[in-house]
Write a protein that binds this ligand. Structure first.
Ligand code: SF4
Ligand code: SF4
Length: 154
């Protein structure tokens, strides 16, 4: 039997977490076009950034009950300069990326050699990287999702 394609349903989490350049919408605040828990008020004419993007859950990653609005974290794989494919974890509610979770992130980056980036609701982002030799020397790295990003080598 063919697998049913996932739909966003009542999730609108990425309309809060993501910066949308076309709308001058910063990261971590609700988009003015969002009907929270319902969907996009301008769905047909939403900007290309929104049209061209899907979170990992929508693409089939994780369990049904791990939808971003339920676990309060949005996952995305993105190609980041110097680091390549990087797992981005966007916080939907402050505290979702708590210390315990950060430990898990560090372990994931270390064991799988993946680069992981935590994007809290407020404040700077942090990239955790275990790669050696280091891709860049700097301790901080431009912006991701419109926010300054620090690097932690683990
Ligand atoms: S976070 Fe994923 S499931 Fe939720 S609205 Fe965005 S694309 Fe849809
Ligand atoms: S334009 Fe629509 S889809 Fe894009 S962030 Fe705003 S509410 Fe979400």
């Amino acid at each position: 039997m063919a697998e049913t394609k996932r739909t966003c349903g009542s999730c609108t989490a990425c309309c809060k977490t993501h910066a949308i350049e076309e709308l001058n919408k910063p990261a971590g605040v609700w988009c003015q076009e969002c009907s929270i828990g319902h969907g996009c008020k301008i769905y047909v004419s939403r900007p290309p950034t929104c049209q061209d993007w899907s979170c990992e859950w929508l693409l089939g990653v994780g369990k049904e009950e791990e939808r971003p609005d339920m676990v309060k974290i949005v996952l995305e794989w993105r190609d980041i300069p110097y680091f390549g494919q990087t797992l981005l974890l966007f916080e939907v509610t402050e505290g979702a990326l708590n210390n315990k979770f950060s430990q898990w992130i560090r372990k994931l980056a270390k064991n799988r050699k993946d680069t992981v980036c935590c994007l809290p609701l407020v404040g700077k982002n942090t990239i955790y990287v275990s790669r050696n030799p280091l891709p860049i020397e700097a301790k901080s790295f431009g912006t991701i999702n419109g926010r300054e990003t620090d690097i932690i080598y683990i």
